[in-house]
Unconditional design. Sequence first.
Length: 542
Amino acid sequence: MADPRLIAAALATLALLVFAPAASAALSAETLYEPDTVVVIDLKLSEAAVAALEAEPDEYVEGEFRIAETDGTPEGIGPYTEPLTVGVRLKGGAGSFKGLDKKAAFKVKFDEFVDDQTFLGLEKLTLNNMAQDPSMVHEALVYPAFRAAGVPAPHTGYAYVYLNGIDYGLHLNLEVWDKIALEKRFGAFQNPPQHLYEGGAGQDLEPGMAAEYEVDEGKSKTRTDLEALITAANATEPSFTPRLAPVADLEEMVAMWAAERYLGQWDGYSGGLPNNYYLYSDPAGVFQMLPSGTDQTLSDWWYSFTSKGGLLFNQCLAEEACYAAYVKALETVEETSVALDLPDQAKALAALLAPWQEQEVEESERAPFDLEFIEEEFEKTLKFLAKRPQVLADWLGTGELPEEPNEEEPEEEEEPKEDPGKPNPFEEIPKVPQPFTIDSRLELDRSRLGRGLVIVRATVSGPGALSLIGSTGPADDRRRACTVAAKQVQAGPAILHCRLSEATRRRLAKAPLTLRLNVNFQPGDGNPLLTVSRLARLPRQA
């Protein structure tokens, strides 16, 4: 296998041609979120703050923040900004959360302890540890591809993070979909009637589900826009497109689903279990759908282009006009992605990141991956990008996905097949079967809330490990409320006892809370992790 350092050296010139040095202009909110930008962030916490963060990782503690521009290399670090007093906490879900003893991910909130304080006009920073993307390039490649296809998507940069002088390595600096970012993209945000709703694992536009969506922006008590979308999604007359047109920008939504499928976003709305999406309504109550959580894209573990996904996606494929628009959108995504030259951009990013990755591996005790594994995962990304246009072309021509060739034996030539015409929706079967499920009807026992205990009952269809994470707050500012470590279970009903953190109980004593329950099931035979997400209303416990 090629040495990643040699690859980095060979591609250095290409990187400089594709990406202009970040330090060539003064740092701004715009330059901070450019793929070529690598800044260095220095955080400082007192011993008491570290202890508090270790006890309650999702609660902000007071800390100090400085940032330095670079010329793109670890040797070219400029002067640090004046220190700011900020809020710092950890972040991450079931697969990405790491404590301070490992490569943690961070949230920085500039106005947590200083009223109205911003930095470059920003209220928050999200620093992802890329624990589920060893290549470290997926999100930086995928979000521009969404935008090129006409789908609003966040911007990204990179940050190398130190905490109290300890090397925490390279992080993705992900733009937060908050009111500031929404207004930059869509114009003035009217509150009410506008909203940004977050769609979690298993959440879809089914009757009675309006209250289950978290409100990240807008008034949580007024959800008439979402209720109108749900009503239209579940009506039977007229057909899908004219029924949804008054409440949904179908051209944008179809483009998003096509981009998800083409870019391998198996964990999005059009995936087998809807997840990682936002619903944004304009002042007229017309919705767009926005992507999130794209760190596990660009991989071969993926459904076909028409296997079942979310409710709206399924209904689109079942209507001739919308299905035709979806096929056209797939072709558009392929054209715009090819125009972006994603493989060359990936190589340029790899060259840019290589010295930072080398520094992380050699100097940080918290590095989760070695250089060889990073290179292997990057090569898989290149392979996916290289063959994706042909995969789509084959599907458009035959309605089938090609089998992976057996590298040990030469492929036998097949007789030409008759063209069966356009593929028929829903006839295709996911490449990876998922025989294990979690009962979607999670029950919350409120009788023990006074003692800070949440009891959740679930049902699984086979042996494996069941775990739970409860959290409160919007996606960009999620706070962990309770955790249940992996528990071995057999097929049938299971009970999880989740004790609320002290900080959550203090907040619950002041006001009701919305608790997001993410129940994770790892099947015993090694099939992919399954997740069911539900919201529960916790009444005030004075």
